[in-house]
Ligand binder design. Structure first.
Ligand code: ATP
Ligand code: MG
Length: 236
């Protein structure tokens, strides 16, 4: 069953007085439990597409059905509700709050969800354990390495138990070793049933997904290229 179904999605931005089309008739169907990578040059529309999939932005035209619900014409509140229930985000630059410990950063989404304090702490500790950071719970972001910060960010994305993980260049700021640790965590999450969409510039990272799509000048090339265990010819 498709968990995400995008049909003929277009997105225009005003640049000066002219609308410029940055996504052009993008159609994409993602099955529950799929792990896909999206590659493409800088400015090709990857983040724009991710923001639409993550209900952070709305398309100019086209249809988007998420887990059977047509998102067209929903209010901002309704979109936020769908986002909170279904989607976890991981960004290149982690987006952790500097004045909060790792544990409190991870617990934060549960606060917005109205979960009581004790339960928030328990679930945050569990999520930190899942990314191997139980011993860093009381550390602040500036006391953590980049790879550790990203693992905290993944724990924060997972703590609400979303069924879809969206990651925009999750290894872009990390060295190879930290990057492969993140890829191991993603593999484990996917093995436990999570649907993952990951943007990356790096062919070796895209190869960790089961399927790779390419976006070029706002057009998605939907002929999925086998990733894991496949050929290495996925350079841009
Ligand atoms: N809010 C905005 N207003 C106007 N133009 C925008 C806006 N956001 C993005 N764009 C334009 O849309 C195009 C696609 O941007 P996007 O951020 O999706 O690229 P990207 O593929 O994620 O690039 P990168 O790999 O550098 O992150 C770019 O040309 C950008 O200038
Ligand atoms: Mg981007």
């Amino acid at each position: 069953m498709a968990i995400l179904e995008l049909q003929n999605i277009c997105k225009d931005y005003m640049q000066g007085k002219e609308p410029v089309r940055v996504l052009k008739n993008v159609s994409l169907s993602v099955e529950k439990g799929e792990y896909i990578a999206i590659m493409g040059p800088s400015g090709s529309g990857k983040t724009t597409l991710m923001n639409i999939i993550g209900c952070l932005d709305v398309p100019t035209s086209g249809s988007y059905v998420l887990d059977g619900a047509d998102l067209q014409d929903l209010s901002d509140d309704a979109l936020a509700d769908i986002r909170n229930r279904h989607i976890g985000f991981v960004f290149q630059s982690f987006h952790l709050l500097p004045k909060m410990t790792a544990l409190d950063n991870v617990a934060l989404p549960l606060l917005y969800g109205g979960v009581p304090l004790k339960e928030r702490k328990r679930r945050a500790a569990e999520a930190l354990e899942a990314v191997g950071l139980s011993d860093r719970a009381e550390f602040y972001p500036n006391q953590l390495s980049g790879g550790q910060c990203q693992r905290v960010a993944i724990a924060r994305a997972m703590v609400g138990k979303p069924d879809i993980l969206l990651a925009d260049e999750p290894t872009g700021a990390l060295d190879t070793r930290a990057g492969s640790q993140i890829m191991e965590i993603f593999r484990g999450l996917n093995d436990s049933g999570m649907t993952i969409l990951m943007i990356t510039h790096e062919p070796s990272i895209a190869a960790c997904a089961d399927k790779t799509y390419h976006i070029l000048d706002g057009e998605l090339h939907t002929a999925g290229v086998p990733g894991r265990g496949g050929s290495e010819d996925e350079a841009e």
